[in-house]
Design a protein around this ligand. Structure first.
Ligand code: PEP
Ligand code: MG
Length: 581
């Protein structure tokens, strides 16, 4: 009987296949306290299970090759690091030795404790790290379980199957994708998880949060995974299958058409050239940016480098990362953003700050960097050294007022003098730009332009601060809307001020890569868009259908809208009327 389950789309696409269920481990936790004489033996079992989990990850690494390996190894490394985390291991040992927990109960306790820590984080990306912790500890629990009941691990899928699981670790997903897995339906998880990110770059359709998937689907059921609508259809009917065939035909045509756009120029239909830059952090992003014909990197978020380390990355470590990025872009400009952390994440990077009630409004971004001039100078020196390998621009996050840009410039000047004394090669020029994401910076942009060589608008934050709506709070979706008139007027104000000052203005928030906003941003006068590289061909394609002059003519009308609903209706009318036949 046909029935339908709904979930959240983590990676778009459709797939038709047989279900392969992976039930969560049925490990029964034995909560009886250990007797004193059992402790050493149980600790041995625990450490053997940890070793097995490490070995499994190593084997997984060895099985992956080529581009996929480069992409996934990063995730596997993150899991391996967790398995070696001194605090986690000490906590486990203490639970067994001092608390008299059995290893399974100790692992469960640590898993629940760490999950709760991540769950409480404000940032949706960091919150989704909870899944990594659970996946790693579950791997150890499963290894422990196999020591007592040696049952084969059941995570296996064959060609033509759709995995139905509670959640799936990125390394496992990569391996299964290599074996012909078609898609994933997860009953928990978030669209920000590592697995979801990986599914998107593997082109593997994936739903998360599909509640009851494990109890409503059986092994070998025929499943139509529709990650365009957010549905998993069990025993699909004839009309479902015909929709799938239509999607397949269209996807094939669309794929061929988009591939041709990789080396095409980026122009509107009336011939205006637009710059398409990439938001790139990993080597895979850089490769994708180049393959899709990006004009450069518009945003490299350096905080990832700080967060993945235990302690601060050294000048040389930073230099190597920045230099590789610059060389990877083969002479195209690269925009390196200085550290953008707040009190909520600074600890993780090894910078201790007083706890703040409201880190989003606290010592974040350039405010933090200026509090730690020695740490900032290390980053500045690494950037200056890397800038000898190709064109680099430096972007300063969370700027509020000109004196911050002046202070940053001074630190750059001092670092240059020091490096010169040390006989280190230096770049001739290094444009310094301000991110426009604080309302005061947007309103008073003319003052900032006097001290900035370029601007980059961060709409993710600008929207949250203008609308006083947390960007990660999905209860505020009706307010956190990029079409809010107040935001549109600010964007127009900043873009026009940049044009008058003859300084480049790019936009690197999520809306730059969303084709639903391409016409809007052209209308407001934007000429440089920076987005995740996977969006570049879609935006290039969209731009080619839009008439720049015609859209610009309607800007004043759009800026008179009173509500985001009105702005949306107007935008649809204008774009509908100006689209070529
Ligand atoms: C932004 O705020 O729009 C932005 C691009 O920066 P981040 O998302 O890293 O805060
Ligand atoms: Mg920001």
């Amino acid at each position: 009987m046909r029935h339908l389950l709904t979930g959240t789309i983590a990676a778009h696409g459709m797939a038709l296949g047989r279900a392969r269920l992976v039930q969560p481990s049925r490990y029964i936790v034995d909560t009886r306290p250990l007797a004193e004489e059992e402790i050493e033996g149980e600790l041995l079992l625990l450490h053997r299970a940890l070793d097995t989990a490490r070995q499994e990850l190593r084997e997984l690494r060895g099985k992956l090759h080529g581009a996929l390996a480069r992409e996934v190894n990063e995730f596997i490394d993150a899991h391996s690091l967790l398995l070696d985390d001194a605090e986690l291991l000490r906590g486990l040992d203490d639970l067994v030795r001092i608390g008299h927990y059995r290893p399974g109960a100790a692992l469960k306790k640590q898993r629940d404790r760490l999950s709760a820590v991540f769950e409480a984080m404000d940032d949706p990306y960091l919150r989704s790290r909870k899944e990594d912790v659970e996946q790693v500890i579950n791997r150890v629990i499963s290894a422990l379980q196999r020591q007592t009941s040696p049952e084969e691990r059941k995570l296996a899928a064959r060609v033509g199957e759709i995995l139905i699981a509670d959640s799936i670790a990125p390394g496992d997903m990569a391996q299964l994708a290599g074996n012909g897995l078609l898609g994933v339906v997860a009953s928990s998880g978030s669209a920000y998880s590592h697995s979801a990110i990986l599914a998107r770059s593997l082109g593997l359709p994936m739903l998360v949060g599909t509640r009851d998937a494990l109890s409503n689907i059986h092994d070998d059921d025929l499943i139509l995974l529709d990650a365009e609508r957010g549905e998993a259809i069990v025993h699909p009917a004839a009309q479902d299958l015909s929709r799938y065939r239509a999607w397949q035909r269209e996807a094939a045509i669309e794929g061929r058409r988009l591939a041709k756009l990789a080396n095409a120029p980026t122009r509107t239909c009336d011939g205006i050239e637009i710059g398409l830059l990439a938001n790139a952090e990993t080597a895979a992003d850089v490769a994708m940016a180049r393959a899709r014909g990006a004009d450069g990197v518009g945003l490299y978020r350096t905080e990832f480098l700080f967060l993945k380390h235990k302690g601060l990355p050294s000048e040389d470590e930073q230099f190597i990362a920045y230099r590789d990025l610059v060389m990877g872009m083969g002479g195209l400009p690269v925009t390196i953003r200085t550290l953008d952390l707040g009190a909520d994440k600074a600890d993780a990077a090894g910078l201790s700050l007083r706890g703040e009630d409201n880190p989003a409004l606290g010592v974040r971004g350039v405010r933090l960097s200026l509090r730690y001039p020695a740490v900032f100078t290390t980053q500045i020196r690494a950037i200056l050294r890397a800038a000898c390998y190709g064109p680099v621009r430096v972007l300063v996050p969370m700027v509020t007022q000109p004196d911050e840009m002046i202070a940053v410039r001074t630190l750059f000047k001092l670092a240059r003098q020091d490096l010169k004394r040390e006989n280190v090669d230096l770049p001739e020029k290094l444009p310094l730009g301000a991110m426009i994401e604080v309302p005061a910076a947007a309103i008073n942009v003319r003052a900032l332009l006097e001290y900035s060589d370029f601007l980059a608008i961060g709409t993710n934050d600008l929207a949250q601060y203008v609308l006083a709506a947390d960007r990660g709070n999905d209860a505020l979706e009706n307010i956190y809307n990029p079409l809010q008139p107040a935001l549109l007027r600010l964007l127009s104000h900043v873009i026009s001020a940049g044009r008058r000052a003859k300084k480049p203005v790019s936009l690197c928030g999520e809306i730059a890569g969303d084709v639903n906003f391409t016409a809007l941003l052209l209308m407001l006068g934007l000429c440089e868009f920076s987005m995740h590289p996977s969006q570049i061909l879609h935006v290039r394609d969209r731009l080619a259908t839009l008439d720049h002059a015609d859209l610009r003519r309607h800007a004043a009308q759009l800026l008179r809208a009173h509500t985001h609903e009105q702005a949306e209706a107007l935008l649809n009318r204008i774009v509908g009327a100006s689209a070529p036949n």
